[in-house]
Design a protein around this ligand. Sequence first.
Ligand code: ADP
Ligand code: MG
Length: 313
Amino acid sequence: MLLRVENLSKSFPVEFSVFGKPTKFLRALYEVSFEVEAGSIFSIVGESGSGKSTIARILSGIYKASGGQIFYNEKPLEDPSKNRDIQMVFQDPDTSLDPRKTVSFIVEEGLRIQNTVSKRERRRLVLDIVRSVGLTEEVLVKYPHQLSGGQKQRVAIARSLVLKPKLLILDEPTSALDVSVQAQILNLLVELKERYQLTYILITHDLKIVNHLSDHTMVMYLGQIMEIGRTEDIIHKPLHPYTKALLESVPKPGLDNLSKFSIKGEIPSPLNPPKGCPFKTRCPLCFERCQEKPELVDLDNRKVRCHLYKREV
Ligand code: ADP
Ligand code: MG
């Protein structure tokens, strides 16, 4: 297994006493476990606030986990910020690219910090990678604001790829882009994955993308795994009412076996999450048992957290 995550938890202190001691925490992740096979695409889906970016930030060393363990190539990964094999592409290139720096400076930066190759070699690597993301060398002297949205995201991809990662975490890589450009960037990512033998963690709320691209899918809600398994099973035979609701919200899904589900109401505040099942306030099938917190149980080739299903014996 390239990556194995066990019981990852994260709490953010959100209120402090006058002495600066945290008095209130927001739990963004509750014991999240999953594995990513080398060469595969692992998707994380869920509405905004479900903890997807927090997972990405922990894996790339931006946040420190509050609990749990990460194994990379089956070895404990104590400090992900030191592991260059894992790189991240952020959702919005407008905030992730420094507006005061040229493309050439931005793409070269990681190599400069690493300081393992000569200046000349760095220039060559930058030019190579800029070309392989479908840009021409003219962009090297430009600033981000002189580029289109799609070009900026290509620069962001180049900046990560120049460090020769094995695992690329793509946090909603196309959601800030025009619909017409989204497909181009996705096609590019597929092509780059083959060319550089990459593994992807793809974070998205767009289940159409998941369906086409990914091998395994994890559905998150308020920091917890609701359902996890092979993408095919999750998309074509969803078990959790939340997964069904998410699929129902996909326009023209062209997917069968969907009953009438739709997500009711607002997502509860993670500062004050429902007791018992986190989805109970919006679930069309909620019953008495949902006052208790459901466990994640193995069922039908996947894991699902819902009282409608019992553990297979
Ligand atoms: P997603 O990417 O699924 O939209 P996030 O991982 O960004 O979700 O956020 C999960 C929860 O953690 C949200 O409620 C968010 O407000 C909270 N959160 C994320 N980062 C921080 C932070 N640095 N400080 C406090 N709360 C945070
Ligand atoms: Mg996010």
